[in-house]
Design a protein around this ligand. Sequence first.
Ligand code: ADP
Ligand code: ADP
Length: 217
Amino acid sequence: MIQFDRVFKRYPPGIDALSDVSFEVGDGELVVLGGHSGAGKSTLLKLIAAIERPTTGSVLVNGQNVGALKRRALPFMRRNLGLIFQDQKLLFDRSVFGNVMLPLSIAGFPPGEAAKRVRAALDKVGLLAREKAMPIALSGGEQQRLAIARAVVNRPKLLLADEPTAHLDSETAADVARIFMEFHRVGVSVLVATCDAGLFADLAPRRILLDHGRLAA
Ligand code: ADP
Ligand code: ADP
């Protein structure tokens, strides 16, 4: 599903965020991306989502060279991805339901079918009873679950999450980890970047470890 071949990413003015990174992730795998702050985890996820492009090397997602996609092809490519990134904020001026509805409205779904999908996504993260609530009224863990519901409402085959348990206590973080496990169990590929080495520990997932932009394990 994902193939990195000798990928380098250099940001101006000359910061090597990734150096000579090669690896593969198969269909339906759950992979934890570990490493210190600044190791290159976010950059790696951004290359998969074509938010950044590699300086050299290739990033293939389902056989497609995403670093070479034309700008107008990006929205279609991203429709197949579920992104749970720090900079994708919840919309605080609309309800829980409205937040999850948004990607489907943009994709032009008929409202009836969309509402069914929104409720299915909210059900998967245990937020169905809160559909009318405003995000401000949710706890940190609930807000993170809402971000997951929004990311999966398009039923993507690949979920990318960047530090999804930052700022959560360990019990709430474990709940969020269990939700990712559930998606993995039904065949979704999941790539989670986290500095929390204990997260998913009991599930013994495959780990990719970055150290100063290089694959360490
Ligand atoms: P992590 O997610 O592991 O904390 P990042 O991928 O965010 O690591 O960062 C890797 C390195 O690239 C760091 O040195 C960071 O400062 C640098 N970096 C990240 N994004 C940018 C950017 N847009 N411009 C310049 N440097 C960046
Ligand atoms: P439906 O029965 O609503 O048509 P699907 O056929 O799309 O559901 O998927 C069957 C089951 O697989 C869903 O109930 C769901 O638990 C799971 N599933 C598969 N892919 C995804 C995904 N990307 N996001 C969420 N759930 C998924």
